[in-house]
Structure formats: structure tokens, C-alpha cells
Design a protein around this ligand. Sequence first.
Ligand SMILES: O=C(O)CCC(=O)C(=O)O
Ligand SMILES: [Mn+2]
Length: 177
Amino acid sequence: MYRVCHQEEKHANQYLPLFCFRSYNVSLSHNKIPDELCQLSSKLAAPAMQPGEKFRPEAAIVNYFGQGDMLGGHLDDMEKDWSKPIVSMSLGCKAIFLIGGKSREQMPLAMFLRSGDVILMEGAARECFHGVPRIFTDKEHAEISELESSFSSGEGDSSLLEYIRVSRVNINIRQVF
Ligand SMILES: O=C(O)CCC(=O)C(=O)O
Ligand SMILES: [Mn+2]
């Protein structure tokens, strides 16, 4: 349902170096968003909705980051109604998230995103360039000990734990149409 292609450096600037172009195409094969994820994202989106309005989780985009991966500066501008929020959840290794302004020229703010953090992109932030220039996969800086202990206390698959120790997964849920 979702297509991503990276365009080259002509869009680059010093802070948000790469540019992504994405579009929605419902005729492409896609999976249903799991009910639990729909319910969770609707709850998390609620503070950004108008009274009486309900968030419709219509797309779930999953970004996988391995060592050295980044997501270039971009606007999420393919959704019909920008007054609807994007719920963005981080799992795994800590990352730097940059959020700038409505143009690429504006100096971005930097913040860490750790496993379990949720960003609600709404209002003015919904129209701002943002990106993920760096993730931290080394033991000292990844800050995933809580996630590691939740894995080791359950029956979880150890290959998942090995994966997430050196990776970051971002899931962002959107109302698109
Ligand atoms: O990985 C993140 O935290 C941000 C993801 C994002 O901005 C996107 O998928 O459009
Ligand atoms: Mn985005």
C-alpha cells in the first residue's frame, strides 16, 4: 500500500541530508492493521482530535533501522487532512530525532527517542520537516535494558532479542483518506 523511494542529494541540506518520496496506493497488496495497534493508536491520538471526532488508523508504516541507517529530512504530506495527527512509536535502540520548520532552511531541534517513546505529530508539528539522522546500536548508548528484561522474562524468541539489540523499529499510524 505504501511506496518509498529515495531521491538524490539535490534536495540535501546540511541538517536533513536525504529526501523521501512516498505515496499511498490501495491497489497494492497490504495487510490489515492488527486490532490492538488500531486501538492503541486511537487512544494515543485522542488528545490531538477535535471533540467528538475519532481517529481512523488507515495506514501503519514500519521503518526498520539497522546500524548506520537514517531517515532523511522530509514532510509527511501525502495524507489528505493534515489536521489529523500521526502517532509514531519507537522500539529498540535510541535514536536522534530532528524536527525543523516548514522550510528546510530552519534549524531543527534535536531530541532522543528511546524504546517505548511515542511522538504525537499534530498541529504545527504536522507541517514540519523531520528526520532521524542517527541511531545508537552500541550497548552503552542504545538504552534498551528495559526492553531486554521484558524479553528475558517471557518466552520470547531469542532471535528477536538479538535483532532489536542492534536495531530500531518505528511504527507510525496515520489517517490517510
Ligand atoms: O523513525 C521515526 O521516528 C520517524 C519516522 C517518520 O518520520 C516517517 O516514517 O515518516
Ligand atoms: Mn515522517
